[in-house]
Design a protein. Sequence first.
Length: 101
Amino acid sequence: MAVAEPKIITLQIDKVAAGVYRAEAQVHGGAVTEPSVHSSISEAIGETARAVPDGFAHFMEVRYCGLSSGTVGLLEAAQQSEEIASRLVALLAEMHAIAGS
């Protein structure tokens, strides 16, 4: 009997405009949740993590502007969305600083 491999979903967040972020959770290129619009990156992470059907996945990777949060537990993503968002924004600022030097 084959052992089921835990699914890792990817949450792609794109900035549409100031204070408008589009989020879509995917697994192997297929949608897990309907695309949604949020007022912040942290809101997108938290709400999308909570919208994943129970038992469907256990892990999430958040991607924003070509950057990745790394793999985190789905529950952790929901509970620590502010920290994950802050880390991604800090990495983006560092990336811009390096590009500007």
